[in-house]
Design a protein around this ligand. Structure first.
Ligand SMILES: [Zn+2]
Length: 82
C-alpha cells in the first residue's frame, strides 16, 4: 500500500456558507496485479465535507485519476484550510 501526500480539493461554493473551501484529501491506493486495462481512468467519488464556518456537513463529488492497475481504497477528508 502506498501512502500519498494529501491532494487539495477546492469546493467552489459551500452549500452552507456559500464560500470557497479547500480540503486536503488523503487517498489510499492499492496496486492490483492482473487488473485489465491500460488507460488512466477518471473516477468520481462522493465525499463528506464539513464546513469550517458552520460545522455542518455536506456531500460533494470528487473526481480522481486512477492508474490502470490501481484501486482506490479509501478517501479521507481532512479539515479545511481557510
Ligand atoms: Zn462553508
Amino acid at each position: 500500500m502506498k501512502s500519498e501526500k494529501p491532494i487539495q480539493i477546492l469546493i467552489e461554493q459551500c452549500p452552507h456558507c456559500k464560500r470557497k473551501h479547500t480540503y486536503p484529501l488523503i487517498i489510499q491506493r492499492v496496486t492490483v496485479m492482473g487488473l485489465s486495462g491500460n488507460k488512466e481512468e477518471q473516477k468520481t467519488f462522493t465525499c463528506v465535507f464539513t464546513c469550517p464556518n458552520t460545522g455542518e456537513q455536506f456531500e460533494a463529488q470528487v473526481s480522481l485519476k486512477k492508474a490502470p492497475q490501481e484501486n482506490i481504497l479509501s478517501i479521507q477528508v481532512e479539515s479545511a484550510s481557510l
